[in-house]
Design a protein. Structure first.
Lengths: 115, 109
């Protein structure tokens, strides 16, 4: 399967700062990438679908101005959490579509802690 | 996407087969059944998927009932590294996976 990396793997920041998380497809050109969020002891929740060269599609309840997504190339999508607050502390995971319908390859995740 | 129902937790002895059930009684004809698992603090990992025939790969087997209203994921010889949360997902092909609460499988030495 495809290999997806994320950077950083964990980050601690002060409230009010912005944090950028990178998601890279290492061996596959990903037209579509997905961003999920997972709070402690909860399941993954899809935040947005990132399409190369176009605007991301956000799920209901996800603020697009707060969670900026850029997918400028086939191998890189970035999620920027702007003006982060403690309630944004979570595990952020990206994925890319595989060749088979419904198949996704997930990155290792980025743990964000906002103080 | 059809709703799936899984038991919240299961235990399995190391070396034994782990059988994880999933109910998807409202599944439609064009929805596949996907299984993913998530080991603690890692991204989910694809395991297997099927439409109506039973499937087997190097990780697991998937048994789907004839009416497609339920399925069972089988890990033939569970190891401690198989301890994870297992998610059963019914997906139409939109590539938007809805992760429910899954089953937390604990493999016991």
């Amino acid at each position: 399967g495809a290999v997806v990396s994320q950077h950083p793997s964990w980050v601690i920041c002060k409230s009010g700062t912005s944090v950028k998380i990178e998601c890279r497809s290492l061996d596959f050109q990903a037209t579509t990438m997905f961003w999920y969020r997972q709070f402690p002891k909860q399941s993954l929740m899809l935040m947005a679908t990132s399409n190369e060269g176009s605007k991301a599609t956000y799920e209901q309840g996800v603020e697009k101005d707060k969670f900026l997504i850029n997918h400028a190339s086939l191998t890189l999508s970035t999620l920027t959490v702007t003006s982060a607050h403690p309630e944004d502390s979570s595990f952020y995971i990206c994925s890319e579509s595989g060749r088979r319908t419904g198949e996704q390859f997930f990155g290792p995740g980025t743990r964000l802690t906002v103080l | 996407d059809a709703k799936t129902t899984q038991p919240p937790s299961m235990d399995c002895a190391e070396g034994r087969a782990a059988n994880l059930p999933c109910n998807h009684s409202t599944i439609s004809g064009n929805e596949y059944v996907y299984w993913y698992r998530q080991i603690h603090s890692q991204g989910p990992q694809y395991i297997i998927h099927g439409l109506k025939n039973n499937e087997t790969n190097e990780m697991a087997s998937l048994i789907i009932t004839e009416d497609r209203k339920s399925s069972t994921l089988i890990l033939p010889h569970a190891t401690l590294r198989d301890t994870a949360v297992y998610y059963c997902i019914a997906e139409t092909g939109a590539n938007n996976l809805f992760f429910g609460t899954g089953t937390r499988l604990t493999v016991i030495p």
